[in-house]
Design a protein. Structure first.
Length: 283
């Protein structure tokens, strides 16, 4: 898979994880005619695009059960890349084990911490201990290599097919709405169709003055701009003014959005627009 992507970087789509990861599934759904390029970390997947070894990276940013994906809010602004698309993957976890294994045989479940957290109640009910690993699909490979029937992996059905494991149980996530939102990152900004409903993602840091956030966000309310996501995060372990990640509906050159962004900039140290892209689903 890596060799094929390296041979045609303009057709390569990088993702974090081993083949069979949910990010791999997202790549197949978003770019069915392109070549997936597996990478060890999120930073590696982003670097592949920065260095021209891939056309686009597909990165998860949040999950409906487990919240935002760690470090993404730092990596996106620093990458210099643009969000060009979004995509939602309905996550259906499987308990994957060696063929012939019974549920009663399994003592440990290996997977990414996000996946284990999404199946916490079901694993507890079965008395199976959670064992964090770097990736869901890599956990499936670990189970195959170990040949230990007491070990299982929490991963996708695709991972089970790729690594020759049996799905002992399917749909083991704790909530039926379990969905992960992915974004596509490219060197060039996207151009959504003129008639499309669009989202704009941005980050900013407020000035360290009283009511700074209230004043910074007031322009969105007075101009009727719908804000669908607002999250704060601290950088570098410093208890200073927070940085914020925001999703809004609309384009920066729409008159109401432009006025809101002007007011935001006035009360912020800096504002970075990460991308404007077609909305994949209603909020």
């Amino acid at each position: 898979m890596t060799d094929a992507a390296n041979a045609a970087p303009q057709r390569a789509i990088s993702f974090q994880g081993a083949p069979g990861a949910y990010s791999h599934q997202a790549v197949r759904e978003l770019f069915p005619d392109m070549q997936p390029l597996p990478c060890f970390t999120f930073a590696d997947a982003i670097a592949a695009v920065q260095e021209g070894r891939a056309k686009t990276a597909v990165i998860p940013i949040e999950n409906s059960l487990h919240g935002r994906v760690a470090d993404i809010h730092f990596l996106l602004p620093e990458s210099g890349l643009h969000i060009t698309r979004e995509h939602f993957v309905r996550v259906q976890h499987c308990l994957l084990a060696l063929p012939g294994t019974q549920l009663s045989d399994i003592k440990e479940a290996h997977s990414h911490p996000q996946a284990l957290g999404q199946c916490r109640q079901r694993l507890k009910k079965w008395g199976i201990a959670a064992r964090p690993q770097v990736d869901t699909a890599a956990s499936a490979a670990l189970v195959l290599e170990g040949r230990d029937p007491s070990r299982a992996a929490v991963a996708s059905r695709l991972a089970g097919e790729l690594y020759g494991l049996e799905a002992i149980e399917t749909g083991i996530e704790d909530a039926a709405h379990n969905t992960t939102r992915f974004v596509a990152l490219s060197q060039e900004p996207g151009v959504p169709p003129a008639e499309a409903a669009v989202m704009t993602t941005l980050t900013f840091e407020v000035r360290s003055v009283p009511a700074a956030l209230f004043k910074a966000l007031g322009g969105f309310a007075t101009n009727g701009v719908n804000m669908t996501k607002l999250e704060s995060y601290m950088r570098g372990g410093q208890f200073t003014a927070a940085e914020f990640y925001v999703d809004i509906e609309g384009r920066p050159d729409d008159e109401p959005v432009a006025r809101a962004l002007e007011e935001l900039a006035h009360f912020s140290k800096w504002v970075r627009v990460l991308g404007t892209y077609e909305r994949a689903r209603e909020r």
